[in-house]
Design a binder for this molecule. Structure first.
Ligand SMILES: Cc1cc2nc3c(=O)[nH]c(=O)nc-3n(C[C@H](O)[C@H](O)[C@H](O)COP(=O)(O)OP(=O)(O)OC[C@H]3O[C@@H](n4cnc5c(N)ncnc54)[C@H](O)[C@@H]3O)c2cc1C
Length: 510
């Protein structure tokens, strides 16, 4: 069969026919299918800046199918394979140049409630979407995962391969801190169960591992009782120092004294609907009247975004009292406070609504030269001064998130890289492009920001990192590079997995 697959690869180089694909399918003997027609889907991602055609798009029906594909690829002379979650990467990370793409969403969407040491967990497929997990766990059991991403049409395996961060991470850590067990198909095609106590190198390697050590086919995600409602609040700041002081205060105080969600963003002091003052109110009936801004307000403003969970049975005055107590000492512009009450699911699915608008405006499918960084608290004021206030003074056509996280909530045995120090900031430049400036110019602006950080010695790490040379990857991993390389040699010795990350080159077989 290997000879056949190599032959298939050569033939595909010279435009093979669908017949070859169906023969390949038979040769692999999958329960699922191989779709040659859908290679176009797997050639693209949300970033919209790469187009890399694979040989075939495989729709596995089971973990066994995933393992079969990986085993066969490992025995070919130079084929690679990438798991594709929902293809929401920016820089072709889930692509494989003339390799095989495994469509993780085709795995049967199984959800099971299990109990480990008395705690509830969802046992879910690696290709499940977080939004489906939310609907299942809340509707069936009144439970929900603790740590989320802002947008939920992402796969469980895809975000666990990065980190999975949102406004709950200051309290519970990223999604990688909220799983207890994984089922992983390694680059050797072995299917292993791993956890902190069993195959722990694989467990911690795969978490934040950029798909380099194995394909996550199942995960056990910790659940907790879901609230019914959320008080969702936005507070405007004119000074970055006030904004960061309050944000850092809220993420550092005792759980019972804080909000359940803390995020923030920078925006432009203009009337632009996407990037200016109109992007702040939470309800169409609310108005951001610039008259309330002090005359000292500059062209960049900041918004602290908070949420407090509550139950339907809580009396409205109890919620008001709780919120007012928490807001009492904060230094926001007092007349620029916006709040709404929404159901918990509505809150978690908030970006879905933004997606619908963006699709209607045609900007969802345009290129997204996004840049995500973790920046040390020690350098965030300098970063603001140069990046938000100068380089990005016109905005990025979409949200510019900036909010603090706590390092102690992350497990340093995972593959995720963070700056030093307990408090660091997530900075996400979520660019939505129109015709001008071109995506190339925006990518160049991202590079300018990265170069500025390097030149100034700013302590930062790229989140959802993207580098093209191994030298850059070595710098990214720093003193953890040798651990990363050892894990690679142990779990994917032929370097067949996730070639789109461009960390390792496939080791050719004679
Ligand atoms: C609109 C939008 C909003 C976002 N919001 C957030 C946010 O709030 N917080 C946050 O942390 N991130 C956010 N992200 C980024 C998101 O975490 C990444 O895109 C991530 O890659 C998950 O996307 P995906 O499931 O489509 O995976 P893909 O993009 O398909 O894959 C990502 C990488 O992981 C590998 N991979 C995929 N599945 C598996 C698996 N099962 N096992 C092993 N490797 C696998 C792929 O080969 C690839 O290298 C957002 C992205 C978008 C587009």
């Amino acid at each position: 069969m290997i000879t056949y697959l190599d032959h298939f690869v050569r033939k595909t180089d010279s435009n093979s026919k669908d017949d070859d694909v169906s023969t390949l399918c038979k040769a692999l003997d999958l329960q699922g299918s191989i779709d040659s027609g859908a290679t176009d889907v797997a050639s693209k991602d949300f970033g919209g800046m790469n187009y890399i055609k694979p040989l075939a798009f495989i729709r596995p029906a089971s973990t066994d199918d995933v393992a079969k594909v990986v085993r066969v690829v490992a025995r070919t002379s130079n084929l690679t394979v990438a798991a594709r979650g929902n293809g929401h990467s920016i820089n072709g990370q889930a692509m494989a140049d003339r390799g095989l793409i495994i469509d993780m969403r085709s795995l049967e969407n199984h959800f099971h409630l299990i109990r480990i040491n008395g705690l509830p967990y969802a046992d879910v497929s690696g290709g499940a979407l977080w939004e489906d997990l939310l609907k299942w766990s809340v509707s069936k059991f009144g439970l929900a995962p603790r740590s989320w991403t802002d947008y939920l049409s992402l796969t469980v395996g895809g975000t666990l391969s990065n980190a999975g961060v949102s406004g709950q991470a200051f309290r519970y850590g990223p999604q990688t801190s909220n799983v207890t067990e994984l089922e992983v198909v390694t680059g050797k095609g072995e299917t292993l169960i791993c956890s902190e106590f069993e195959n722990s190198e694989l467990f911690f390697g795969a978490l934040g591992g950029l798909g380099q050590f194995g394909i996550i086919t199942r995960a056990s995600v910790l659940l907790q009782p879901a609230p019914d409602m959320v008080r969702w609040i936005r507070l405007v700041y004119t000074e970055f120092e006030d904004f960061t002081r309050d944000a850092e205060f809220l993420v550092s105080i005792k759980e019972s004294d804080s909000f359940d969600y803390v995020e923030g963003f920078a925006f432009i002091n203009s009337d632009s609907p996407m990037t200016g003052r109109p992007s702040v109110p939470l309800d169409p009936n609310q108005d951001f009247d610039p008259i309330h801004l002090p005359p000292t307000a500059s062209s960049i403003l900041y918004c602290l975004e908070l949420a407090l969970h509550y139950r339907n049975t809580d009396h409205p005055s109890t919620v008001d009292t709780g919120v007012n107590r928490l807001l009492a000492g904060l230094g926001f512009v007092k007349l620029l406070k916006f709040e709404v009450d929404v159901s918990y699911e509505e809150f978690l699915l908030r970006v879905k609504r933004a997606e619908e608008h963006a699709k209607a405006n045609g900007i969802w499918d345009a290129p997204h030269p996004w840049l995500n960084l973790f920046v040390s608290k020690l350098d965030i004021i300098d970063f603001d001064r140069m990046v938000f206030k100068k380089i990005l003074k016109e905005g990025v056509g979409g949200p510019m998130l900036v909010y603090p996280l706590l390092r102690s909530k992350w497990d340093n045995r995972t593959s995720v890289m963070l700056p030093e120090g307990e408090i660091f900031y997530l900075v996400a430049l979520l660019r939505f492009t129109r015709k001008e400036p071109s995506a190339e110019k925006l990518v160049a602006q991202n590079q300018e920001i990265i170069q500025y950080c390097i030149k100034k010695g700013i302590d930062f790490k790229l989140y959802l990192p993207h580098y093209r040379s191994q030298e850059d990857w070595k710098r990214h991993f720093g003193n953890q590079w040798s651990r990363f390389v050892e894990r690679k040699a142990r779990f994917d010795p032929m370097a067949i997995l996730a070639p789109g990350q461009k960390i390792f080159s496939r080791i050719p077989q004679p």
